[in-house]
Design a protein. Structure first.
Lengths: 232, 120, 274
């Protein structure tokens, strides 16, 4: 019941390299989950498989009761870890595109957020600064009323003010019936926003627990625990 | 302004404490309507789910109550708020006394020192 | 969903293609006007002007060829960029099936390719037509000459009558389809490379071209096309062309369908965005 994400025996090999090794994972609705791990631990591979950008080598993956496909794509709102929009489009064009394709896209909300940032909707994307480009992408993603939000490294490489804007946008747009999966290696910045964390290590799930559980059991922050687990 | 939270204690407990202090110190007046969960969570920069749980906990203890349509309100029971104030103060004093004892001070010496400091 | 994707494809591409198409048409009209005037004084053109006109004609041919090549390049690059670069992150997370996404992009590319062909044909027709127009207006040479001119073409290419014309247009259409599909298929094959995916696509493209050439040659050989070309009894190049057009037509249909299925299957099963 209520399993939003259901993964069983998921494996992904690239030639001889194993990116994900027989992973089992269940996520319920209504949680903000941190997907944590160093580079190369399989975070992005897992995310791409959930979003349908990569096919698994083996295993069972369902989102909202469907195999990865049209149905899952219409309930997942995905923020990639890079700029992925055609720079020649204006923000208005892209909003129009999202309105057309996603029934759950809230145009008013998107324009409101854009207004707060004082970004001109008629600006072409390529004319925006890197920080503003990322904010526009976040606005697109958070203006949908999706069941599962997947944010891949949303705060990597942004200044503290932008980071606050991003976290604030995530919190103030969060719908308690949805689940947000945030991949990051900057744990201390997002820790207070998370319900649960998943530690990925060498393509395996090393830990899946709630933040407060970790804090009360270990008497230390998730960030501190992470540094211990992944100490070189 | 995000709330100042310790990184090594459960966030839930810290939010409850923070809200209790706000009630006792009058940031939230008796009978006052609280901001929405989303706004509170955004202000504190914490997970809305955790904020919701903290508010439910305070509600269960009677420090606030929700009206079906109009939102969540602080209790108007002044006696209850005063009890909470006493309780929180006691906890602080216990910590203080513990620290003084570690400095090797007797109860009388502590009293004298406190009085001297309060005059200044 | 197919229609929506096509709509946004048009939105993203129309400016470039329309500009190219208009340029070919405008240059065609200019060439026609120049041609009309040249036709009037063809006997007493000074040599210097003659050389200039020949250079202009060469320039015209160059622009037409460039327009055709540019259209194809834009189509192929757009297809590749929107699917297999960072833009693919958006394209492949749209709530649409792989078959809808690929088909929409292919149909729009084909549309522009066909419009380009029509504009090119129109442009060339303006130039050639200007000579005949001058001729018929000034009774230098009449429509009779035009029909004879057409007859030579028809003889050589073997399109007589209604079915001949249908067959001719169908084979032009299928050549455009085949040409595009070969690019798209090669791009899909290139995606199977773990690294150097663009290089993989280029190699695949030439591989496909080569394979297609071999297949066409052998099918023509087996079905006896070449025999017609050198048969003294039926000394009729038209028969050779009509027969080999049918061979090419059948091959292009089969190969295009095969490549379409290949594109969809490879992308559906093996999608691997970097």
């Amino acid at each position: 019941m209520n399993k939003l994400v259901d993964i069983k025996g998921l494996t992904k090999n690239y030639d001889s390299l194993t990116a994900l090794n027989n992973i089992n994972l269940e996520l319920e609705s209504g949680h903000i989950v941190g997907l944590l791990g160093p580079n190369g631990s399989g975070k992005t591979t897992l995310i791409k498989i959930l979003c349908g950008l990569l096919r698994p080598t083996a295993g069972f993956v369902q989102v909202d009761g469907h195999n990865i496909g049209v149905e899952t794509k219409s309930v997942i709102s995905y923020l990639p870890d890079q700029t992925y929009l055609n720079g020649n489009m204006t923000i208005r064009d892209i909003f129009a595109l999202f309105v057309d394709f996603y029934k759950d896209f809230d145009l008013m909300r998107a324009y409101n957020m854009l207004n707060i940032l004082r970004i001109d909707p008629n600006a072409k994307l390529k004319t925006l600064s890197k920080g503003n480009k990322e904010k526009v992408q976040l606005i697109l993603v958070m203006s949908r009323r999706a069941k599962l939000y997947i944010l891949d490294e949303p705060i990597a490489g942004v200044d503290p003010a932008a980071r606050d804007f991003i976290l604030n946008t995530i919190i103030s747009n969060y719908d308690p019936s949805a689940t947000i999966l945030i991949s990051t290696h900057l744990i201390s910045d997002v820790e207070s926003v998370l319900d649960d964390v998943i530690f990925l290590q060498y393509g395996n799930i090393a830990l899946h627990a709630s933040v407060d559980e970790i804090r009360s059991r270990e008497g230390k922050s998730v960030d501190a625990l992470f540094r211990e687990v992944y100490r070189c | 302004m995000p709330w100042n939270l310790d990184s090594d204690r459960p966030i839930f407990i810290q939010i409850v404490e923070h809200l209790q202090y706000d009630i006792v110190s009058g940031v939230f007046q008796p009978g006052q309507r609280l901001p929405s969960v989303r706004d509170l969570a955004a202000e504190a920069a914490v997970n809305p789910n955790t904020m919701q749980r903290a508010l439910s906990e305070l509600e269960r203890d009677g420090y606030m109550h929700s009206e079906r349509t109009s939102g969540r309100f602080i209790t108007e029971d002044i006696g209850m708020i005063n009890d909470l104030k006493r309780q929180l103060a006691t906890a602080q004093i216990e910590v203080f006394l513990e620290a003084m004892k570690r400095l090797g001070l007797s109860n009388d010496e502590i009293q004298v020192l406190v009085k001297e400091n309060m005059k200044e | 969903m197919l229609g929506k994707i096509m709509k946004h494809e048009f939105r993203a591409t129309w400016r470039y293609f329309l500009a190219i198409d208009l340029i070919t048409l405008v240059i065609g009209v200019i060439a026609g006007i120049v041609g009309y005037n040249v036709a009037g004084g063809i006997d007493d053109i000074p040599p210097a002007l003659g050389i200039l006109l020949i250079l202009c004609l060469a320039g015209y041919v160059f622009v037409m060829v460039s327009a055709a090549v540019l259209t194809t390049i834009l189509n192929v690059v757009h297809y590749y960029r929107s699917l297999y670069t960072a833009e693919g992150y958006l394209t492949f997370t749209l709530p649409a099936s792989t078959i809808e996404i690929l088909s929409a992009k292919m149909i729009v590319a084909l549309f522009w390719q066909i419009i380009m062909t029509i504009c090119l044909s129109a442009s060339v027709s303006f130039l050639i037509g200007s000579f005949f127009l001058y001729g018929s207006l000034h009774h230098a040479y009449g429509l009779q000459d035009f029909y004879e001119f057409c007859d030579v073409f028809e003889q050589a290419l073997g399109f007589y009558g209604f079915f001949g014309i249908i067959r001719y247009f169908l084979s032009v259409f299928m050549q455009i389809v085949l040409n595009l599909m070969m690019f798209f298929f090669a791009i899909s094959i290139g995606q199977l490379w773990q690294k150097h995916k663009v290089l993989g696509s280029v190699v695949s493209f030439f591989g496909c071209r080569f394979a297609l050439g071999i297949i066409t040659f052998f099918v023509n050989l087996i079905t006896g096309s070449f025999g017609m070309l050198f048969n003294e009894v039926a000394d009729d190049p038209g028969r050779y062309f009509s027969h080999s057009t049918i061979v090419s037509l059948v091959i292009s249909i089969l190969v295009s369908v095969g490549m379409y299925v290949g594109c969809v299957l490879i992308t559906d099963r093996k999608l691997n965005l970097d």
